[in-house]
Design a protein around this ligand. Structure first.
Ligand code: COA
Length: 258
């Protein structure tokens, strides 16, 4: 593993994309490492929350690796997009919350990576965009679809057609990012959010991720029915007994994830 760094502390796994000389661009090897970290984290009981960020102070991820993109043909291009989408899907489907700490450029595959995460906290120097059109292609890691679902068809069409960057405040305004934080405070803020999540009820967290994401693709009636069943499952957990008891006994809940 050479393009990513990992660090586990207080049940928070931080994955740092580590190609600062290439603004953390996602080549195939980096994508493979990223996916294997996220998949392995699912069954690691020492990990409750995942943070994904970029190395250095300039970029989160400046996109798919354009050097590799340049060598693709129709077949290898599809393979690259398919694998990239599998990475984004692994992140989006993670049972443990994934936070993107967007510490600079989040362009192309970087914007797609951020969008696959469950929360996006941006530094005030962050820039988001889908500039693929300028390279004669379109997003391949889900950008044409996740952006549309996050910000609506009008803004998604504009960002994908024009390929221009937007700043972090605009990203929050349109619903692409959750918060903007001064760059110097980004890491502490994201860790504080991650700590809150790490102390929360794991099964209920995974049910929120699942019902929000899956339900978004269903009819409202089917989504509400799905929520009923997920609610029922939560009601059968020890965490629900602990959470309700702790409230009634006026103490802090200690969730076990059972
Ligand atoms: N793939 C491969 N290399 C990339 C890259 C990418 N997506 N983005 C940046 N780099 C490399 C540059 O080629 C440069 O490498 P070099 O020093 O070996 O020449 C290095 O990262 C620094 O980038 P540079 O362009 O010099 O920095 P900048 O501050 O002038 O511009 C950006 C920053 C982000 C505006 C510019 O790098 C950019 O437009 N990158 C491409 C964004 C993009 O189109 N992403 C979608 C790809 S599908």
């Amino acid at each position: 593993m050479s393009y990513t760094l990992t660090h586990i502390e207080n049940r928070i796994l931080t994955i740092t994309i580590n190609r600062p000389d290439k603004l953390n661009a996602l080549n195939q090897a980096t994508l493979e490492e990223l996916k294997s970290h996220v998949v392995a984290a699912q069954d690691n009981t020492d990990i409750a929350v995942i943070i994904i960020t970029g190395s250095g102070d300039k970029a989160f991820v400046a996109g798919a690796d354009i050097g590799e993109l340049a060598t693709t043909n129709a077949v290898t291009g599809m393979q690259f997009a398919k694998f990239g989408q599998s990475v984004m899907n692994a992140i989006e489907d993670s049972r443990k919350p994934v936070i993107a700490a967007v510490n600079g450029f989040a362009l192309g595959g970087g914007c797609e990576l951020a969008m696959a995460c469950h929360l996006r906290i941006a530094s005030d120097n962050a820039k988001f965009g889908q500039p693929e059109i300028k390279l004669g292609v379109i997003p391949g890691f889900g950008g044409s679809q996740r952006l549309t679902r996050l910000v609506g068809r009008g803004k998604s069409m504009e960002m994908n057609l024009l390929g221009e960057m937007i700043d972090a405040n605009e990203a929050v305004r349109i619903g692409l990012a959750n918060q903007v934080i001064p760059a110097a405070d980004l890491s502490a803020t994201v860790n504080s959010i991650a700590s809150k999540l790490a102390a929360s009820a794991p099964i209920a967290l995974s049910m929120v991720i699942d019902t929000v994401n899956r339900g978004y693709e269903f009819s409202l009636a089917d989504a509400l029915d799905y929520e009923i069943k997920a609610f029922g499952i939560c009601c059968a957990t020890e965490d629900k007994s602990e959470g309700t008891s702790a409230f009634l006994e006026k103490r802090t809940a200690q969730f076990s994830g059972q």
